[in-house]
Write a protein that binds this ligand. Structure first.
Ligand code: CP
Length: 330
């Protein structure tokens, strides 16, 4: 495909892009990864500015995009939403139009309040004259899942038809984590023929409308989504396991109640017994940060099946590809 067709495009959910466009992004990410590894300059966005507005904390996403933009020859501004007039109620329309006049791209993380973040960034995108990239919302974490898909392909090859991936809830005491990663995984992987088994305790269902859209995309792509309340059953025979915590949708505004409820399921942990149910060479994946000792044991996350650091590294290469494809001017 002609990469120029992606110029000026928003990237808010992976479902907004065709599988060919997703393939193209991963292809460019691979090229940029090689150039970075060789130390070859690749200033594809000289003098361009990306504004990154964060309503939540970040280690990987912020730094992957900030370092990535520097390597592309541009600059990424970090904006703490609390320190902008958005915190005083400035509208997404005004913010989107004005920042568009100062730079060449807008990236937003707004993930902690169900049914707010995606709507906010779609409103910004409606008015912005530059591409809008979703750095995680309540619905999707599309820069994460692109890196996950790239990592799975690096380890298991391009053809993923029939690959079995267990996306499972796991217990974490730290905070009620967004639903966007499991929702993003079920929305993306089955489009490439992957069979996903989604496991969670009763009550930890994903957003029903996201689940329905993912099901439609799976049918079109040849993959599948099967749901279970049994973590062991999900791990049984899996080629990839992706156990992570997320909050209960109906308790998101009451973190104390949410964490107390989750405590009933402390046995939902990825340990060596559970890994032994999966295939011997099964990949252990996690978007990070992980609650070590709760979501996963050190033995597993630091063990031979874990690819978490490759995943985290690929956040930068895929992020650079997305910026280069959407923000280039010629
Ligand atoms: N995986 C991920 O999005 O990490 P951060 O929250 O650190 O950005």
């Amino acid at each position: 495909m002609d990469r120029k067709t992606l110029r000026g495009r928003d990237y808010i959910e992976t479902l907004d892009w065709t599988t060919e466009e997703i393939d193209e992004s991963i292809g460019l990410a691979g090229e940029l990864k090689e150039r970075f590894t060789r130390g070859d300059p690749h200033r594809l966005l000289p003098d361009k500015t990306l504004f990154m507005l964060f309503f939540d904390k970040s280690t990987r996403t912020r730094n992957a995009f900030e370092a990535g933009m520097t390597q592309l020859g541009g600059h990424a501004h970090f904006l703490d939403a609390d320190k902008t007039q958005v915190a005083h109620g400035e509208s997404p329309k005004d913010m989107g139009i004005i920042l568009s006049r100062y730079g060449h791209g807008l990236a937003i993380r707004h993930d902690l309040i169900p049914y707010e973040g995606n709507a906010f960034m779609r409103e910004v995108a409606r008015w912005a004259e530059v591409p809008v990239i979703n750095l995680q919302c309540d619905v999707d974490h599309p820069t994460q899942t692109l890196a996950d898909l790239m990592t799975i392909r690096e380890k298991r090859g391009e053809e993923l038809r029939g690959l079995r991936v267990a996306v499972s809830w796991a217990y974490a005491p730290s905070y009620a984590k967004p639903l966007s990663v499991p929702q993003g995984l079920i929305s993306l992987l089955p489009r490439f023929g992957v069979d996903v088994v989604l496991a969670h305790p009763p009550g930890f269902d994903l957003m029903p409308e996201v689940r329905a859209r993912a099901e439609e995309a799976a049918a079109a792509g040849g993959g599948s989504i099967r749901e279970t309340n049994d973590m062991d059953a999900a791990f049984d025979g899996a080629d990839v396991v992706y156990p992570k915590s997320w909050g209960r949708l109906d308790l998101f505004t009451d973190e104390v109640a949410a964490l107390a409820d989750a405590k009933r399921y402390t046995d939902w942990i990825c340990d060596s017994r559970r890994m032994s149910l999966a295939n011997d060479d099964a990949l252990y994946m996690h978007c990070l940060p992980a609650d070590r000792g709760f979501e996963v044991t050190d033995e597993v996350i630091d063990g031979p099946n874990s690819v978490v650091y490759d995943e985290a590294e690929n956040r930068m290469h895929t992020g650079k590809a997305l910026m280069a494809l959407t923000m280039a001017s010629n």
